[in-house]
Every structure is written in structure tokens, then in C-alpha cells.
Design a protein around this ligand. Structure first.
Ligand code: AMP
Ligand code: GLY
Length: 424
């Protein structure tokens, strides 16, 4: 079949690599893609949010399946659009616009969890209409307290406040001075959960589901989990503390009620659900839902999936996930991200990248922010690329990832040397 994959990050390179290995994949297109995806298929130069261009590509290239990588087109309703404009025979991986609100609106996600008894932090939502009540609520809660802008805020809409003065001031900025834009004028205030985070990935057709390998990502830019938040500086899978007993709790208390909740609420969802969890003591709590795979989590999750990805996704789109089972590589996968100097603040692009050759099985360089120019591969983003390795133990995988990322050269390169540190 002919496949169109939307997106341009490391997530998309890892997916494109896996899709291109399937005998079921005839032609693979990636839009807009990067220099890495160009090695797996044909890049198309349009944005994921240009729905008309996506539609034209589906028609002109006789696309059978569209896989949506990032959240923005999903939250904007690309799945509904393509169903209406291209037709029902097109297979699409991604939730409907309504279901994508699980990521697009924190208030929608919290209400969903409450309705379906899914463990999450206690919360209340506020707008300018109940602003004063919000101030009283903030004062009544124990610290720290978490403020979340309702809409998509490019990963910046969450503020953890250590004292009430800061909380009230941020609350005011968000509601009365639109700190995070219109969508951030609705604020979810929730209790702080103290624990250790992990991410769980589910592939669902809306009624059946498969649990994919779990992962842990490292969001802070600095070693020892210090400094500013980033999109993710590295990831590992499996997560050592996610043992069988804990994962069984995750399944019965979170994954199954989530999939059943989608069905009960009539939410059309055929795609990936990324569940951000906090393990508090021995209990899992949901921090957030994302309606897509994570990046860089995909770069450790996908290499552990032994199934034919096209087969898995076709079963998903056809509502037949009950007919397939997942086959996971038991080894560890780790990835380390190399970023441009200055990231996540200002950084420069356009530096030539060298040392990209990897010819060994179980080792990958996945491109994140790269492009080709005049026959060279150059940096084109904050997160430039990541090095994934598989091995029987975590130490070995991490050491290989580090060796690979050390081989890569570009001006201003920075990476964390301590990914996986708490388990080594
Ligand atoms: P989110 O955008 O919802 O993923 O939040 C960003 C980050 O903020 C999460 O990855 C957590 O590290 C942290 N966070 C969000 N909500 C909470 C909470 N209720 N308690 C503790 N940390 C949280
Ligand atoms: N690495 C976190 C995310 O993809 O949202």
C-alpha cells in the first residue's frame, strides 16, 4: 500500500524506518519530513497543518493510509477532514477532532478521567467567570500547586508553583492577561503528585487495544535533571521500576477504563494514546494524555516492536486489533539526543553534520531537526538527532548510544551524558 506519514521529527524518522521495512509498504511519503526520512521514502514539502495539501497528496499519490505524527493537525481535525474530503476507504491513524481533545484540552481530559474513575490528581477548572473562586481555591490547597493552561501551549503551559503568591500571580497572568493565549484563559488547577514519571503507549482501534513498550524520557536540558524543560533529551525502554505488578495496575486502573471510556463517550479513536503517568508509592496516576506517540520515546519504543508496523496499523484502522498480538523485543533500548547549542533557548541552524554513518544492526541515528542542502546534511532545529541502541542490559545500551552520539559532529553540539542515570 501507499503510505503518507505526517511530521518531521525523530518520531517520524523512527516510524518511517520501520514502515519502510514492511513488505506491505509499496510507496512511502513523508511530509514535510527531514534528511533522515528522505532515506526511507519520498519527502513532500508541505506542512502538516496544510490540510488542502495533505488532501491533494492523498489523491495524486493514491495514498491508502495516512499516519499522523504530531498533535497539532490532530487537534485541528485532520482526521475528520480527510474522512469527509477523501472518503472512507482511506485508512487514517489518529483520533477524531473530538477525541484529540484528550490532548488539546486539559479540562476535557480531566473531566474524562473523572467520569471514568481514572486515577489522577484532584483539580478544579477556572475562567474569568469564576476567577475569585479560583483565588480562594488556590489559597486553600497545599503546596506545591500545579497550574495548567487548557489548550495546546507547545509544552510550556504547565507551571508548578512553590508558594501561594506565585500561584496567584501566575493564575492572574493566565486568565486576565492571556499569558498562554485565548486557549490558556481557561486554567486547570491541580494537586502536585510526588513520585516518578513514566510514559505508557497504547495502540487502539476504539474498542480493542495493544499495550506497546513503556518508556521514560528525560525532559530537563541539564544533567541530573536540572535546568529548563525541553521536548526530551533522551529516553529508555523498558522502565526498570515498571514491573509486572505495577503494569497490571496500569492496565486495569488506567488503560482499560480509558479505552472503555472512549467507547462509552462515543469518541472515534484509531491511533496511539500516550499516557503520561506518575507512580506515587505503588500506584499509577495520569498526569496527561497525548493523542500521538512521544518524541524521543518513539525512538526507543518502535525499535522494540518486532511486528510488521504496517500490519499493526492496518488492523488498527480497520477496527481489528483483536486479531493481532504484539511481539516485543525484551532487550533495552536507549536513545540520547544531540541538540543545538543554546537549546531550548535561542540557537542557530544550518551547521553541517558529520559522522552519521551507522552500519551496525541494533544501532540507529534518527534525525530530528535536519535537512539536506547542496548535498550536505545540516542542522535545522533545536533537537538535531538522536542515537538509539539496543542491548541486553541498560549499561551496554547507554554506552553504545553515547559512543554513537560522540561520533556525530556539528558546531555547538550538546547532549546529556547521564540518560538513565537513576537505574545504572
Ligand atoms: P504536561 O504538559 O501535563 O505533561 O506537564 C508537564 C510536566 O509537568 C509533566 O511531565 C510533569 O513533570 C509535571 N506535572 C504536570 N502535572 C503534574 C502534577 N499534577 N504533579 C506533579 N508534576 C506534574
Ligand atoms: N517527549 C514528550 C512528548 O513527546 O510529549
Amino acid at each position: 500500500m501507499n503510505i503518507l506519514l505526517l511530521g518531521s521529527g525523530g518520531r517520524e524518522h523512527a516510524l518511517a524506518f520501520k514502515l519502510s521495512q514492511s513488505p506491505l509498504c509499496k510507496k512511502l511519503f513523508i511530509a514535510p519530513g527531514n534528511a533522515g526520512t528522505a532515506q526511507c521514502g519520498t519527502n513532500k514539502p508541505f506542512a502538516t497543518t496544510d490540510f488542502e495539501a495533505v488532501k491533494r497528496c492523498c489523491i495524486n499519490e493514491a495514498i491508502d493510509m495516512v499516519i499522523v505524527g504530531p498533535e497539532e493537525p490532530l487537534v485541528n481535525g485532520i482526521v475528520d477532514f480527510l474522512k469527509d474530503e477523501v472518503g472512507d476507504s482511506l485508512l487514517i491513524i489518529g483520533p477524531s477532532k473530538e477525541a484529540a481533545q484528550l490532548e488539546g484540552s486539559k479540562a476535557f481530559a480531566k473531566a474524562f478521567m473523572q467520569r471514568h474513575n481514572i486515577p489522577t490528581a484532584a483539580y478544579k477548572e477556572f475562567t474569568s467567570a469564576n476567577f475569585e473562586e479560583g483565588i480562594s481555591y488556590l489559597k486553600s490547597r497545599t503546596l506545591p500547586i500545579v497550574l495548567k493552561a487548557d489548550g495546546l501551549a507547545a509544552g510550556k503551559g504547565v507551571i508548578i508553583c512553590q508558594n501561594h503568591i506565585e500561584a496567584i500571580s501566575e493564575f492572574e497572568l493566565m486568565i486576565q492577561r492571556s499569558k498562554f493565549g485565548e486557549a490558556g484563559k481557561k486554567v486547570v488547577v491541580e494537586d502536585f503528585l510526588r513520585g516518578i514519571e513514566l510514559s505508557v503507549f497504547v495502540l487502539t482501534d476504539g474498542k480493542n487495544y495493544l499495550l506497546l513498550p513503556e518508556a521514560k524520557d528525560y525532559k530537563r536540558v541539564g544533567e541530573g535533571d536540572t535546568g529548563l524543560n525541553t521536548g526530551g533529551m533522551g529516553a529508555i525502554s523498558p522502565v526498570p521500576f515498571a514491573d509486572e505488578a505495577f503494569m497490571q495496575k496500569v492496565i486495569t486502573k488506567i488503560v482499560e477504563p480509558t479505552v472503555q471510556g472512549l467507547q462509552k463517550d462515543g469518541l472515534d479513536y484509531k491511533g496511539f494514546v500516550f499516557i503520561g503517568l506518575m507512580k506515587v508509592g505503588d500506584e499509577p496516576f495520569v498526569i496527561e494524555y497525548n493523542c500521538r506517540m512521544g518524541d524521543p520515546e518513539t525512538e526507543v519504543v518502535v525499535p522494540r516492536i518486532k511486528n510488521d508496523l504496517v500490519e499493526l496499523l492496518t488492523a488498527t484502522a480497520n477496527g481489528m486489533l483483536d486479531t493481532v498480538s504484539i511481539n516485543v523485543d525484551p532487550r533495552f533500548a536507549t536513545t540520547i539526543v544531540a541538540v543545538s547549542g543554546g537549546y531550548p533557548d535561542d540557537y542557530q541552524k544550518g551547521f553541517e553534520i558529520e559522522g552519521l554513518q551507522v552500519a551496525v544492526q541494533d544501532q540507529h541515528i534518527f534525525h530530528m531537526g535536519t535537512k539536506e542542502a547542496n548535498g550536505k546534511i545540516i542542522t535545522n532545529g533545536g533537537r538535531v538527532l538522536c542515537a538509539t541502541a539496543l542491548a541486553n542490559d541498560l549499561d551496554e545500551a547507554i554506552n553504545t548510544s553515547r559512543d554513537l552520539i560522540e561520533e556525530v559532529e556539528f558546531e555547538g553540539k550538546y547532549f546529556r551524558r547521564d540518560i538513565g542515570f537513576e537505574f545504572l
